[in-house]
Design a protein. Structure first.
Length: 222
């Protein structure tokens, strides 16, 4: 799923200017499926079988039971989720794992980190629009985040995997920060050029004004 997610993310490169439509289209599709499906839309997880022996039904039930037992974990998490059903002790979903171990606020913070990463990449890419090599670099970082999200729907990240996830967030922070700094330097340089140009125009006009004033004073004195 991580490999597929990265390839899908890279394949959307030609649609980079229309990602808002893509996101809203995805939301509309999910809402439409929720309205027409007999089961909840997250039941689609149970239909994903990549190897012929995937435990996709258990992953669906894990999400389903977490939603159904919202009152148990929303404040500070929950310890006895293994009692919810068969194999519920295996929290093979990063979002479920974070929710059960930290509560709703922890889950919201984690989703915010992912959302802000996507948002920062999108904003930075627009600021350097036209520089295809830099745009492609940022797009690859965004595809890596998308691959991470895809993988985390099927597995919870242990410490070893987090050691790979944190450097990705650091790379995104540095890359987008450098783009903002470069944009700020360009704007500052443009303002300096505009100020210098305005000063030069003022210096050129000043002798003409003084000459006109001197002529007027001579006329009045005469």
């Amino acid at each position: 799923m991580a490999l597929g997610g990265s390839l899908v993310g890279l394949a959307f490169w030609p649609l980079r200017e229309r990602m808002r439509l893509v996101r809203w289209g995805l939301v509309i599709i999910l809402v439409g499926l929720q309205l027409v499906m007999k089961a909840p839309v997250w039941a689609l997880i149970g239909r994903i079988d990549l190897t012929g022996a995937s435990s996709s039904y258990q992953r669906y039930m894990l999400v389903d039971q977490t939603i159904r037992h919202f009152s148990d974990w929303w404040l500070l998490g929950y310890e006895y989720y293994n009692l919810w059903g068969w194999e519920m002790w295996d929290t093979c979903n990063q979002f479920v794992d974070i929710a059960l171990k930290g509560g709703l606020l922890t889950l919201a913070c984690y989703i915010t980190v992912l959302s802000r990463s996507f948002g920062a990449i999108g904003t930075a890419r627009k600021q350097i629009s036209g520089n295809r090599s830099q745009e492609w670099l940022l797009w690859c970082l965004g595809s890596a985040v998308f691959a991470t999200v895809m993988a985390q729907f099927g597995i919870n990240y242990m410490a070893q995997l987090m050691l790979g996830f944190f450097p990705l967030l650091a790379c995104i922070s540095v890359a987008t920060f450098e783009v903002r700094q470069a944009s700020a330097r360009i704007v500052e340089a443009a303002n300096e050029v505009e100020f210098a140009y305005a000063s030069d125009i003022a210096d050129i006009d000043q002798p003409r004004t003084e000459a006109k004033t001197g002529t007027l004073q001579g006329f009045l004195l005469s």
